[in-house]
Write a protein that binds this ligand. Structure first.
Ligand SMILES: O=C(O)CCC(=O)C(=O)O
Length: 318
């Protein structure tokens, strides 16, 4: 009894007076109709706010102990394999670490994602975003699906492993900016080019403040960016892209791990599940995937020379 529409370029479940399970919601229990939970995890008001504003801050998902255990894994890898951090924590880190994959398919998180994109879910990217204390690192205003558009859109989840605040460079978003891809320029970043929106009304920006363990959700076309870390603590975030398998890219074919439901469409290549942390086999699997499906929203369309470029163990382009 669930219907889907694609207002704002995003498929969102439309329940009418039905609950997620297809039964009638009781309308006489005193809860304001708009606040009633209608999804598996999100309330009607939250789903509608996401459709209108293109983001949803502060979903409680992970407990302190889960964040601390995850952070220990991160810091252990940083200490034991410092030379590998730059590429291993970059594009599709979910193909390298089983603990990233496991965190990313947490049912509490997927329930919220399902409320926004439907029951079939591909994890199409996972990337660490860590800002060191006092780091000047900032991200200019951008839309993630600017260079390769994706329809229906995917949802980005910023998972706050530490608190994410204005002081340490939390995400900033432009509400309602998800309805169109804005003119952009390209800037060099790591081993690739990224799109930056040419003109943004910064006075409209909202800070996405998240407590440790919370998740902020963004539509793939919501303009966002972030400032430097002026605090004395690390800002540790993991950004995941969750894509409905029915989606199509405007250029090329992407790939993903099916983390919930079924893929009846075959629009994305199937990715393997990693065993262990950054093993030789996992590195090889990621290399094979990025070579087979090099056109994804992070790497962008291939240039006229057709060269596929990403860093891994040998830090060479392949
Ligand atoms: O981590 C951040 O503050 C922003 C990162 C981001 O927007 C990106 O990597 O596309």
């Amino acid at each position: 009894m669930q219907a889907f529409d694609s207002a704002g370029g995003l498929s969102v479940q439309s329940y009418g007076d039905f609950t997620a399970h297809g039964s009638f919601a009781r309308l006489d229990d005193g809860i304001p109709r708009e606040d009633r939970q209608v999804g598996k995890r999100l309330a009607r008001a939250e789903i509608e706010s996401f459709r209108e504003r293109g983001f949803l801050p502060g979903i409680d998902v992970f407990g302190d102990a889960e964040c601390d255990a995850f952070r220990r894994r991160v810091e252990e890898f940083e200490q034991t394999r410092p030379e590998a951090v730059e590429w291993a924590f970059d594009i599709k880190t979910n193909l390298l670490f089983d603990w990233v994959y496991e965190l990313s398919r947490n049912p509490r998180l997927l329930d919220a994602i399902e409320d926004l994109i439907g029951p079939d879910i591909l994890l199409t990217n996972s990337i660490f975003r860590i800002k060191e204390p006092g780091s000047a690192t900032y991200y200019g205003w951008h839309q993630d699906a600017a260079r390769i558009q994706v329809e229906p859109g995917f949802v980005l989840a910023f998972i706050a492993i530490s608190d994410s605040t204005p002081d340490n460079g939390c995400l900033r978003v432009i509400p309602g900016s998800q309805h169109e891809v804005r003119p952009f320029g390209l800037v060099g970043y790591a081993d690739r080019q990224v799109a930056r929106v040419r003109e943004v009304d910064e006075s409209a920006a909202v800070d996405m403040v998240l407590a440790k363990g919370q998740v902020g959700l963004l539509h793939c076309n919501t303009i966002h960016g972030s400032g430097p870390n002026r605090s004395s603590g690390r800002r540790i975030g993991l950004i995941n892209d969750y894509t409905p398998p029915s989606a199509r890219q405007s250029t090329g074919m992407g790939s993903g791990q099916l983390v919930r439901g079924v893929d009846r469409w075959g629009h994305f290549g199937a990715e393997p599940v990693p065993i262990g942390g950054c093993t030789g086999e996992n590195v090889l699997a990621r290399r094979r995937i990025l070579n087979a499906y090099p056109e994804n929203v992070l790497m962008g369309p291939l240039g006229p020379d057709g060269v596929i470029s990403f860093a891994d163990e040998s830090s060479a382009s392949r």
